[in-house]
Structure formats: structure tokens, C-alpha cells
Design a protein around this ligand. Structure first.
Ligand code: ZN
Length: 276
């Protein structure tokens, strides 16, 4: 294998990175690349029964367990869940993270999103882009000579403009691993999110039944996305495979990182078919 790649997924909460990018994380790990996932906030707020310090501990363990499913690290930071702001201090934290990890590819939320923590995580990553190359900013950590490629995780928001994928990736081969990762977030998918979305009564009691239910939820969530970007799938994978793909992740290049041009796509997404 050529030089291993380094993927950094920066999410706001201790399930965002794998919820939106678990497939590419699993594909990277399967090819022997290095993956780090981050939750910028502590996850203390998002629970209807037991928010607070105990939940932080639980969320941290759940995230680490999810990372362990694919052999990735998954760190949960101490910033307050539901209270993240795009402060200078937080920007410096992201700059130090990117400089220290030296990613080839950084993935994060888009800047327009329903959740303020998602919006400000995106803002912080945008604010850190370019600054990672400026030596006088955070001089305690050596600066990078070049920006990494930065891309956005997929969402369905329409304003100010709908998600425009630069890359579409078939994650069908790793869909069960993604479900195994999400299954680690017990306090999220079987408790808080189920409560918040009003379907707590549908969550099965048994461990095996829950995992099957979550896998079904994942497939139901992802299936429409493949049809939404079918034309791009066909262009990427050819008419035969492109027509059959069921579960995908998609990524939109951020203009503030290194360009996600054809050469960058070939390097950062080596599991895509080579262009003729
Ligand atoms: Zn979130």
C-alpha cells in the first residue's frame, strides 16, 4: 500500500462523526488508513432522564467503543453540549487538533444546520482552515505547510442551498459495521433520540433486537440518498454498479481547505473506481 492516509471527522456531539461519516471511516480503516473522530462537545445535555456529568462519562465511553469497532480513535471534548460558541479559544483548540493529527482529509458539518453546536463546529473548522498554516497563530504547535482537504458531511437542508456532493461513496460493503458503531451509542439511539423523535415505544428491549432495529433504521435513512444522487453514482461507478448501489455517503468540498480536485479525489478516495 502507498502512504497511509489520515482521516479526521470533527462532529459536534458524541455520535455525529459516525452517524454521518461512519461509512468512509470504516472504508478507510479497512484499507489500513488512520481515522480519528472527534466530538467537540461533551454530550452532557442531550438526554431526557439523566443529563449532566454522569452522561458525559457514558457518552465518552460509547464514542470510544464505536471507534474501537473499526480500530479508530474517538475523542470527546469538554465543551458544553448545547452551549458551543465559535470563540477564539475554541478555534485554537481546532487549530491544534488539525496541526497535531496532520489529516489528509477533514470532514465536518455544513455551516447551515438545525443544531447550533453543528453550525458552530462547522464555523470553527472553517475558521481554523488557513490559520493552521500561519506560524504566529498558536506558535506552541508547529504549523502545517499546506491546508488539508476539508469537506462537508451530507445533510438534507435546502437553504441557503442544498448539499452539492463532490464525491459519492458506496458504503454498502460496510453498512453492518456502521450499524455496529451506532449500536455503541445506546444512550442516544435507544434513549434520547428515540424519546426526542417520539418513538421510544418502538425501541426493542433485547440487545439483538435493538441492533436489528437500528440496522433497519440506518438502511431506511440512507436508502433515499442513493436515489437522490443516482446520476452521480452512475458517473462514478459506471452504469451497472452505479444503478444498484443502495447505501452511500457523500461529501462536498469546502472552499477554504485544499481543493478537492480530480487528483485529490483519486488520492483521498482510493476505493473509488479509477477514471478511464
Ligand atoms: Zn449532533
Amino acid at each position: 500500500m502507498s502512504t497511509p492516509l489520515r482521516l479526521l471527522i470533527i462532529g459536534a456531539h458524541p455520535d455525529d462523526a459516525d452517524y454521518a461519516g461512519g461509512g468512509i471511516a470504516a472504508l478507510y480503516r479497512a484499507a489500513g488508513h488512520t481515522v480519528k473522530m472527534i466530538s467537540v462537545t461533551d454530550g452532557a445535555a442531550g438526554h431526557h432522564v439523566s443529563p449532566g456529568p454522569g452522561m458525559v462519562q457514558r457518552r465518552r465511553q460509547e464514542a470510544a467503543a464505536s471507534g474501537a469497532v473499526i480500530g479508530a480513535t474517538y475523542d470527546t471534548w469538554d465543551n458544553p453540549d448545547g452551549g458551543l460558541l465559535p470563540t477564539l479559544e475554541n478555534r485554537y483548540q481546532i487549530i491544534r487538533l488539525i496541526r497535531g493529527f496532520k489529516p489528509d482529509l477533514v470532514l465536518t458539518h455544513r455551516p447551515n444546520d438545525y443544531h447550533p453546536d453543528h453550525r458552530y463546529t462547522s464555523q470553527l473548522v472553517q475558521d481554523a482552515a488557513y490559520m493552521v498554516t500561519v506560524p504566529a497563530v498558536c506558535p506552541d504547535v508547529p504549523h502545517l505547510l499546506r491546508d488539508p482537504v476539508i469537506a462537508y458531511l451530507p445533510d438534507d437542508f435546502q437553504k441557503p442551498y442544498p448539499f452539492q456532493p463532490s464525491v459519492v461513496v458506496d458504503i454498502g460493503p460496510v453498512i453492518e459495521q456502521v450499524a455496529d458503531m451506532l449500536h455503541c451509542h445506546q444512550s442516544q439511539f435507544y434513549e434520547w433520540l428515540a424519546y426526542n423523535h417520539g418513538h421510544l415505544d418502538q425501541v426493542p428491549a433485547g440487545e439483538k433486537e435493538r441492533r436489528a432495529w437500528l440496522g433497519q433504521q440506518l438502511r431506511t435513512r440512507l436508502r433515499p440518498r442513493a436515489d437522490k444522487y443516482r446520476q452521480q453514482l452512475i458517473e462514478t461507478y459506471g452504469p451497472e454498479r452505479g444503478a444498484k448501489i443502495e447505501y452511500i455517503e457523500a461529501f462536498e468540498g469546502c472552499e477554504y481547505g485544499a481543493p478537492l480536485d480530480a487528483a485529490a479525489k483519486a488520492r483521498l478516495f482510493p476505493f473509488l473506481p479509477k477514471k478511464g
